[in-house]
Ligand binder design. Structure first.
Ligand SMILES: Cc1cc2nc3c(=O)[nH]c(=O)nc-3n(C[C@H](O)[C@H](O)[C@H](O)COP(=O)(O)OP(=O)(O)OC[C@H]3O[C@@H](n4cnc5c(N)ncnc54)[C@H](O)[C@@H]3O)c2cc1C
Length: 385
């Protein structure tokens, strides 16, 4: 096979304007039951396809990117209106589904952005979109931040913006809830590790399962997160790269647990490490993550043990921003793979040499929240617009 890496250029246009036109009733095998694959399987099923969803370790498993406790949900994307709008749609769908399933998955805690400079394009440039959707942010002076959140150290900040519409989602529980709904609505799930079969005459012939059997369908959609680069090295090897990302959950002082838990999710826009956190974090501890890309990582064999230096840096940061957490114990920690695309855009494209083989991925550290809206778009793409 030729090296086709250059034919891939992820873009919002390619996500929203796919018109595949696969007749309803056709069979689709979807590999990967994370946020991208699970929601897509559900929407493809609802669109009238015969769907088989395959995952090696199950929905929201510990190796997957969707397998952490919680994920931030926020619309703010600088001047990128596509992701702002996608998140607005996702918010609606999260609310609809949690009501339907009678299970709280979205926690409307708000998201506070700690801004160092008078102008913070990542936030400021989203303000017109927030106004358009009547989801306006609240500008907070440092005095207002100190009054409302006295545990925040503000000396090196300029101001904060509070997005009252965001918050956090329960991640692995959501992945499992989506799987439960998919099966309940008639979807077929198989637990197996998948190896793609041979490509012949412009088509993927079949896939091989780890139990030795093969599976054949009209179309295949691989939503394998950080595994995509390994599974299709010639096409995606340089496109989807996997890095080791670490999150720590700190124990808050016993006298102030409620005050900390009730804080919004926060994002520290220092433009370098980009620390963020989820104080409530489904009662797992005061969560802190770093968006700065970690070392190269193998999502199957990589040990999920944190790097002492990353922990020391996170501790240093947290003690600066939340001085009351000086000496706070780590109550849990987690290693999670980022599935990075070259520019952070998601990928929904076909294999350059097989028109029935599709890829969905490139969540790049921000994909979880978009799951339902993306699944809806994917199904629309298969139907043909
Ligand atoms: C530390 C961290 C923090 C993040 N924070 C946020 C956040 O705050 N907000 C947000 O929206 N997003 C966030 N993200 C990003 C988000 O979690 C991911 O973009 C999203 O979960 C990706 O989902 P996915 O379905 O593409 O991949 P995954 O969840 O990894 O799912 C892929 C699935 O494919 C299966 N699989 C892989 N290969 C095979 C195979 N060969 N055969 C069978 N099954 C296979 C795996 O078992 C897995 O279940 C964060 C990610 C990390 C790591």
């Amino acid at each position: 096979m030729s090296n086709n890496t250059n034919t891939f250029s992820p873009s919002p246009t390619k996500i929203k304007d796919q018109k595949i036109g696969l007749p309803k009733g056709s069979s689709i095998t979807l590999v990967g039951a994370g946020a991208f694959g699970g929601w897509s399987a559900l929407y493809l099923l609802r669109a009238g396809y015969k769907v088989t969803l395959v995952d090696a370790w199950g929905a929201g498993n510990s190796r997957s990117s969707s397998g952490d406790e919680t994920r931030v949900i926020r619309s703010t994307y600088g001047d990128n209106e596509f992701y702002f709008d996608l998140n607005v749609r996702a918010l609606t769908l999260w609310k609809e589904h949690q009501k339907k399933w009678n299970k709280q998955l979205f926690f409307n805690a708000g998201v506070i952005w700690f801004c160092y400079n008078e102008k913070t394009p990542l936030v400021d440039d989203s303000i017109p979109f927030a106004k358009k959707h009547q989801m306006e942010y609240e500008h907070m002076s440092l005095a207002a931040v100190q009054k409302k959140y006295p545990m925040v150290h503000t000396d090196n900040l300029s101001h904060a913006w509070l997005d009252p519409y965001g918050g956090y989602l329960k991640a692995r529980e959501s992945a499992q809830a989506v799987m439960d709904a998919y099966v309940k609505e008639g979807g077929n799930f198989v637990q197996a590790y998948v190896t793609p079969g041979e490509i012949k005459a412009g088509q993927l012939n079949n896939i091989q399962l780890s139990d030795g059997s093969t599976l054949k369908s009209d179309a295949y959609l691989f939503a394998c997160g950080s595994w995509l680069g390994q599974l299709f090295p010639e096409v995606l090897g340089n496109i989807i790269t996997c890095t080791k990302q670490e999150v720590f959950y700190f124990g808050v002082p016993k006298e102030q647990a409620q005050q900390y838990d009730q804080m919004p999710a926060w994002i520290d826009v220092d433009g370098k490490d980009f620390y963020y956190g989820i104080p409530g974090n489904a009662n797992r501890g005061f969560k802190i993550g770093v968006d700065l890309r970690g070392e190269k990582f193998d999502p199957t064999t990589g040990e999920r043990v944190s790097n002492p230096q990353v922990l020391a840096d996170a501790r240093k940061f947290i003690e600066m921003r939340f001085p009351g957490l000086k000496g706070a114990p780590v109550v849990e920690s987690r290693v999670c793979p980022y599935e990075n695309s070259p520019d952070g855009n998601f990928i929904f494209e076909s294999h350059p040499e097989a028109s029935n083989l599709w890829f969905l991925g490139g969540g790049s550290g921000h994909g979880f929240k978009h799951g339902p809206a993306l699944g809806e778009l994917v199904a629309k793409g298969f139907v043909g617009g």
